[in-house]
Design a protein around this ligand. Structure first.
Ligand code: C2O
Ligand code: CU
Length: 483
């Protein structure tokens, strides 16, 4: 059974028709002409997120669809993307994970004036890195993204690794009412102070998915993008053993994951090579086990009766590296960042030997109330951000190597995102990571310490924030200046 989040909904049964199997899984390219020019119009729209007998839902979206049009270019291309704002409020577009010049980064007030209703803004930048990226608003993201404003942005390698087929799955999690309307309770205090806005309906490319037809022996390149406000996925592919070939768009040594699970926090991406190693006629359920108490089948892979080949191909999976500067760890300057706050935070801070007390429920009396009055629930180095106009929390010497040692002194997971750069994740709780993966968003478990390293080679003021959008909106955000 899928979509078991809302028992009431699943009792009525999202019964899956087979006629359109797979149809919802292909994205429509937005390419306007050969010059890599695109237009994205952000507007209210309607989208069929859930099958009959429910109707379409009111959404906000790009190009009239959820997800918005897939933007796909070759590495090295110059993109020009005209964004038209047909919403009733200001917006911007951020090109998540792309290393763009600061003025093109789409952060309201910090890197550009917000795009007013009825106005447009032309973004232009080069696709420096190949990989799987995405785009979304950075203005009131917790509601704009939550209502459906997002899309995939794929930069193709010059020589992609061989696969029989490529699929892109943009994952989202919606909080729907019994009428399949998006619940309007954005920005509620409980969501802000706990794990964010978790929904009750998980979609792939804007639909509760039908079974995906696959064939024995087939190799599929699967691009996963987590566009949810808050849901973390831990996808279990059952008898299949996907190889991870890229994380957050950046190549990584192809490897199987611990327990075969692919874990993706909000905003994170993974490129997988999926060999269909099971026999004809079988069905593989892809199960999300992040919440161990509440696993559910995200989608089924239905293996056709006719095999494509007897055994998986032995084609190389490795991707060519992107042009990233290698940090020099011996000379890197070190910086400390501590995240605090949220429900139960004070308790965790005390247990971790931090002076403690910013967490809601972990403080008594006046201190908590003062901070709450300021609107902050989450803190980065003791400061809860309000809006995007911020004094830099760190200033990094340009072109130097930097290590940021981050401590999650909270009771919740946080996917921490830095704009304008990719960084290597070099250690977790003092243990070197096996793959020293490049990421732009790193998922930190409660109480975890993570070190990241990078060369600050992109000048400007860059957002640094939790990508659980309710956490970002309630303080878990800062600015890192590269100068
Ligand atoms: Cu994907 Cu600052 O965001
Ligand atoms: Cu967070």
């Amino acid at each position: 059974m899928r979509s078991k989040f809302t028992p009431a909904l699943s009792r009525r049964g999202f019964l899956v028709g087979s006629a359109a199997a797979g149809a919802a899984l292909s994205l429509h390219p937005a390419r306007a002409d050969s010059l890599d020019a695109f237009t994205l119009r952000a507007a209210p729209g309607r989208a069929r997120l859930v099958p009959e007998p429910w109707g379409a839902s009111d959404v906000w979206c790009y190009g009239g669809a959820v997800p918005g049009p897939e933007i796909r270019v070759r590495q090295g291309a110059r993109l020009r993307i005209e964004v038209e704002n047909a919403l009733a409020e200001e917006t911007t577009v951020h090109w998540h994970g792309l290393r763009v010049p600061n003025g093109m980064d789409g952060v309201p007030h910090l890197t550009q004036a917000p795009i007013a209703p009825g106005e447009a803004f032309a973004y232009a930048f080069d696709a420096v890195d190949a990989g799987t990226f995405w785009y979304h608003p950075h203005q009131r993201s917790f509601e704009q993204v939550g209502r459906g404003l997002y899309g995939a942005l794929i930069v193709e390698e010059e020589t992609p690794p061989r696969a029989d087929r490529e699929l892109a799955w943009v994952l989202d999690d919606w909080r729907l009412t019994q009428d399949a309307a998006i619940a309007a309770d954005f920005g509620g205090f409980h969501d802000m102070s706990h794990a964010g806005r978790l929904g009750n309906t998980v979609t792939i490319n804007g639909r509760i998915p039908d079974a995906v037809p696959v064939r024995t022996g087939e190799r599929i390149r699967l691009r996963l993008i987590n566009a949810a406000n808050a849901r973390i996925f831990a996808l279990d592919f059952g008898d299949l053993a996907p190889q991870v070939i890229a994380l957050d768009g950046q190549p990584v040594t192809p490897h199987a994951t611990p327990g075969g699970r692919v874990v993706l926090g909000p905003a994170m991406r993974a490129d997988l090579m999926l060999d269909v190693t099971v026999g004809p006629g079988e069905t593989i359920s892809v199960i999300d086990r992040f919440f161990a108490q509440d696993p559910y089948a995200l989608v089924d892979l239905a293996v056709a009766e006719t095999p494509l080949r007897d055994a998986p191909p032995d084609w190389s999976m490795a991707l060519a590296p992107n042009p990233l500067s290698e940090p020099d760890l011996a000379r890197a300057r070190r910086h400390e960042v501590t995240f605090t706050g949220g429900m139960m935070g004070g308790m965790v801070e005390r247990q971790m030997g931090l002076s403690g007390g910013s967490g809601i429920g972990g403080m008594m009396g006046g201190g908590m109330m003062n901070r709450m009055h300021d609107g902050g629930i989450w803190f980065v180095n003791g400061v809860a951000a309000e809006g995007h106009i911020l004094d830099p929390m760190l200033t990094l010497a340009r072109d130097a190597s930097h290590v940021i040692a981050m401590t999650n002194a909270t009771a919740f997971h946080h996917p921490i995102h830095l704009h304008g750069h990719s960084f290597r994740v070099i250690s977790r709780n003092g243990t070197p990571t096996p793959h020293r993966e490049w990421q732009d968003t790193v998922l930190m478990a409660p109480r975890e310490r993570v070190e990241i390293a990078f060369v600050a080679d992109n000048p400007g003021d860059w957002m640094f924030h939790c990508h659980i959008l309710e956490h970002q909106a309630s303080g878990m955000m800062g600015v890192i200046r590269v100068a």
